[in-house]
Design a protein around this ligand. Structure first.
Ligand code: R5P
Length: 269
């Protein structure tokens, strides 16, 4: 197994490889001699350098005719999967093209990426369950999260409340409507990731106004970009649950659950 530096926090036993920078900043990758099956575990956050490193690893392994299984714990760039404004790039497709030709398992990736790339999508839910209060109403904070919420529903057997979200500009979200009743209920907002925190904060605000009791959030990937954690601390959210698909710092609001066991199952299946 080869793991990239971005998944060091998962402490997986792996074969070392060489990665260094030339003086001009270019990246150099050299993998050891391999034969047969090779598993590569990578996370694409921060995205740019990690994607390049991974593309070089895959190239080096393909040159030895390795049978590669790529496991991506966090798939950077997967959100930009369509054109919203004329002239935009479909970044997800560019990255998908760089990763083609190997078997891929990824953790909780935006659904539309499957239009460009074949991969097995794992949505961790059971790992969260011991920490989720009983009798919560599940909340899908936007249309993209509906499938995710339905997946949660199978495990929790709870109602789903649907919110509608718009994005007036990059990294800014607004909730425009709420479908369902949360008055006096504990709610659990579920999503694939928290980046700026805008989506879940706006969702929590409207849920509070609509009479929700305690508001919890479960998201697979805690990106917590910029000052997200400080904004989330001032929001009506009581507790946030994320996995260690990305390295996490300790924070009183955040409980981290591990995907290590799930990862081991994928590795040894
Ligand atoms: C959007 O499509 C995703 O599922 C998340 O809702 C979104 O990426 C969260 O981003 P932020 O925390 O910046 O609102």
């Amino acid at each position: 197994m080869i793991t990239t530096t971005s998944v060091n926090h998962l402490h997986l036993k792996s074969t070392p490889f060489t990665v260094k920078h030339f003086k001009d900043g270019e990246l150099y990758v050299k993998v050891p001699k391999v034969k047969g099956k090779v598993t590569v575990v990578a996370s694409l956050q921060p995205p740019a350098e990690n994607i390049l490193e991974l593309a070089f690893i895959l190239d080096a392994l393909k040159r030895q005719n390795a049978d590669i299984h790529l496991i991506i714990t966090y798939f950077g760039y997967s959100r930009q999967d369509r054109i919203n404004l004329p002239g935009e790039a479909v970044s997800a497709k560019v990255i998908a093209n760089a990763l083609k030709g190997v078997k891929i398992t990824a953790f909780d990736v935006h659904g539309r990426l499957s239009r460009f790339l074949r991969f097995n999508n794992i949505i961790p839910v059971k790992q969260f369950l011991p920490f989720i209060p009983k009798d919560v109403v599940i909340v899908a904070p936007d249309e993209g999260a509906v499938q995710h919420a339905k997946y949660w529903q199978k495990c929790l057997d709870a109602e789903i409340v649907f919110l509608k979200k718009s994005r007036p500009s990059h990294d800014v979200s607004e909730i425009t409507s709420i479908k369902g009743n949360v008055k006096g209920r504990n709610v659990l907002i579920v999503d694939d990731m928290i980046s700026t925190g805008g989506t879940v904060i706006k969702a929590a605000e409207i849920l509070k106004k609509s009479g929700a009791k305690n508001i919890f959030v479960a998201a697979t990937h805690g990106v917590f970009a910029d000052n997200a954690l400080s904004k989330l601390s001032k929001s009506p959210i009581k507790r946030i649950f994320v996995t260690d698909s990305l390295p996490q710092r300790k924070h009183r609001l955040v409980k981290v659950v591990s995907i290590r066991n799930l990862l081991s199952k994928v590795l040894y299946s």
